[in-house]
Design a protein around this ligand. Structure first.
Ligand SMILES: [Ca+2]
Ligand SMILES: [Ca+2]
Length: 283
């Protein structure tokens, strides 16, 4: 009898063990059908659906987010046009509570498309976001960039935008607001940001944008003092790839010539001179 009880226990433990194993395997391999279990968060989509989302702003703006390692990102990423170009945040960041809160705030209400190499890491990140109550829509791209490539969708590496061209007057009046035009080009037509340093020291200014890389931008500045100044400008694209600096020298001369300054001094020093001149000339 004792042997029978032991045998039943052993068989029971084997069945239990088998059940756990099957359950775990099913959970892992069937993640693409789990969206309903999370009240449509995440929403799993194919690479074809992702392509349709990310190449048409008419169906809303979806932001693709690459969660792979930096070395993987540097080998190329999905090629979709700005403003639906990918942003890169490594998966591990989402496991940091402070950073996660920043992400939830920054992307609140947005539609994001997560992807990785094969779809598993993006799935894990999507669960973190769903569990944290992300207020937008989380799409998880099944098959990752591997399937994206296999289906013939484009991949690319990034190149920096061209150093900006600056045009505008070379000589300006003090205290007058003056317009200057800035333009650049980017091989991938990425959105761009301008840094314009009106004091010419490299640390005045801030990033302005984003703007279309094909758009000429006009900014104005007022110089409060006479002198010679260097305008320094650079551009970065949507992926933080920065151009070289461009420098543009302008002059703000003294607004009054020596002659006019001398006459002002003279008539101030001899206030009756003008009347005397008029008398002599019979005016
Ligand atoms: Ca879209
Ligand atoms: Ca670029």
């Amino acid at each position: 009898m004792k042997k029978i009880i032991i045998a039943i226990c052993v068989i029971g433990m084997m069945l239990l063990s088998s059940g756990i194993s099957i359950s775990a395997t099913n959970k892992y391999s069937s993640y693409d059908t789990m969206s309903s279990a999370f009240n449509e968060c995440p929403v799993n989509i194919t690479v074809h659906e992702a392509w349709a989302f990310l190449t048409d702003t008419g169906n809303g703006i979806q932001i693709p987010i690459d969660v792979r390692r930096e070395s993987e990102w540097n080998t190329g990423y999905i090629d979709t046009p700005w403003p639906e170009s990918p942003t890169w945040y490594i998966k591990d960041l989402f496991q940091n509570a402070t950073w996660l809160q920043w992400f939830l705030d920054t992307y609140a209400g947005e539609e994001i498309v997560l992807y990785c190499a094969g779809g598993y890491r993006s799935y894990l990140v999507s669960l973190i976001l769903c569990d944290a109550g992300f207020s937008g829509t989380v799409y998880n791209m099944l098959g990752g960039i591997g399937d994206w490539k296999a289906q013939g969708y484009p991949i690319r590496n990034n190149s920096q935008p061209a150093a900006p061209e600056i045009s505008g007057p070379l000589t300006v009046n003090v205290k007058d607001p003056i317009d200057y035009t800035f333009s650049t080009s980017d091989a991938e037509n990425d959105g761009v940001y301008y840094w314009i340093d009106w004091c010419g020291e490299g640390h005045c200014g801030e990033w302005l944008g984003p703007y279309s890389s094909e758009e000429e931008m006009t900014f104005n500045h007022t110089w409060e003092q006479t002198g010679t100044y260097i305008i320094k400008a650079k551009v970065k694209d949507f992926y933080d790839n920065e151009s070289d600096w461009t420098e543009y020298e302008i002059t703000v001369p003294r607004t009054k010539t020596f002659e006019s300054t001398f006459l002002e001094w003279f008539f101030a020093r001899f206030p009756n001179t003008f009347s005397i001149i008029k008398y002599i000339l019979g005016l």
